[in-house]
Write a protein that binds this ligand. Structure first.
Ligand SMILES: NC(=O)c1ccc[n+]([C@@H]2O[C@H](COP(=O)([O-])OP(=O)(O)OC[C@H]3O[C@@H](n4cnc5c(N)ncnc54)[C@H](OP(=O)(O)O)[C@@H]3O)[C@@H](O)[C@H]2O)c1
Length: 186
């Protein structure tokens, strides 16, 4: 069975965006970006909340990374090669290739996607990920803790979930970012 993976770049106090919606402090440097690229490369399908999808749409256009470093070109290729499922009640049409829209989050449908997939899946956007976490569908977590406290905003994790985790790997980067890789304990 393929795994469902939740990855998030967060502040040390656990937010993916601050109270003003900013997440410029989360932008990975080239060292972290290269590491993230290698984690994302094997993923076959991204499950995305509509908000995260709109941010990630940046990667669809080759011109967006034209003058950018090789890690960004690499990631643009990884993004374009993956299938995307966008969850949204409002999006009329997808603006990217290999994309389908789902109007509701059905845990059983995701269970079936995991069972049928030959490559792992990821879930992104904390509002959407919260539903997968609560349904017990997330197998692994990759957290990138950024050395900043932002004091509030959009939390990476929902309230009301208790889940034991096993640490699989950790890594420290030059920027002070720390990567933590956990597996869900059954
Ligand atoms: N730290 C970083 O590196 C980083 C990078 C990128 C983005 N961000 C931040 O990440 C955040 C994005 O996550 P988010 O939690 O705001 O939103 P999200 O989970 O990406 O998207 C939420 C949207 O997904 C749709 N959705 C969620 N559950 C659904 C369901 N059960 N059925 C149908 N549609 C559903 C809804 O879209 P509709 O409203 O269309 O119905 C909802 O408004 C933003 O704060 C962004 O600034 C951070």
């Amino acid at each position: 069975m393929a795994k469902l993976i939740y990855s998030a770049i967060t502040s040390l106090d656990g937010y993916v965006a601050d109270r003003d919606g900013n997440f410029d402090w989360a932008a990975p440097d080239e060292e972290v970006h290269a590491f993230v690229n290698d984690l994302e490369r094997p993923i076959g399908t991204y499950l995305l909340g509509r908000r995260m999808y709109e941010v990630m749409g940046f990667w669809e256009t080759p011109q967006a990374v034209e003058d950018q470093p090789p890690v960004m070109h690499d990631y643009a290729g990884i993004w374009r090669a993956a299938d995307k499922v966008v969850y949204s009640g409002t999006l009329e049409r997808a603006s990217t290739d290999r994309t389908r829209i789902e109007r509701a989050f059905d845990p059983e449908a995701v269970r079936m996607m995991k069972a049928a997939a030959d490559r792992d899946l990821s879930v992104g956007g904390p509002t959407l990920a919260a539903q997968a976490i609560k349904a017990g569908l997330v197998d692994e977590y990759h957290l990138f803790l950024t050395p900043v406290l932002v004091g509030g905003g959009n939390p990476a994790f929902p309230d009301g979930v208790r889940q034991g985790l096993e640490l699989l790997e950790e890594r420290r980067f030059g920027s002070g970012v720390v990567h933590l890789h956990y597996r869900t304990k059954v």
